[in-house]
Design a protein. Structure first.
Length: 106
C-alpha cells in the first residue's frame, strides 16, 4: 500500500510539472526542461534505466510487474512524448508514444 501511494504521488508531481510546461502559453525551455527532469527522476524512482526503452512491451510489462507500475510508466512515456515533441525530438517522441500505447496509456 505504501509503495502504491508513493507511485501515485510521484505521478501526480510529474503531472503537475508537465501541466505547467504544456499548459502555459509560450511556456519556455526552462519549464520544459524542468518537466523532462521530473520525468527522468520518476523513471529512476520506478527502476527504469535507459536500455529499458529498447525492449518489447511484453518484456517491459513482465519487468514492471504490477499494474500500478505499468500504468505509471505508460503515463510517463506519454507525457515525455509531448515534451519531446515540443523540443523537436520527433523520433524519440514517436518511440515514447508507441511505448505508452503498447503499455496501455492513451
Amino acid at each position: 500500500m505504501i509503495r502504491q501511494d508513493y507511485i501515485k504521488r510521484l505521478i501526480e508531481q510529474v503531472g503537475e510539472a508537465i501541466a505547467r510546461a504544456l499548459g502555459k502559453t509560450g511556456a519556455g525551455a526552462q519549464e520544459q526542461e524542468e518537466a523532462l527532469q521530473r520525468v527522468t527522476h520518476a523513471y529512476a524512482e520506478l527502476g527504469i534505466v535507459p536500455g529499458f526503452f529498447e525492449l518489447e512491451a511484453t518484456s517491459l510489462r513482465r519487468m514492471l510487474g504490477s499494474a500500478e507500475r505499468i500504468q505509471a510508466v505508460a503515463e510517463l512515456c506519454a507525457w515525455e512524448a509531448q515534451l519531446l515533441e515540443l523540443k523537436g525530438e520527433t523520433a524519440r517522441a514517436a518511440q515514447r508514444r508507441r511505448l505508452a500505447q503498447a503499455l496501455g496509456a492513451g
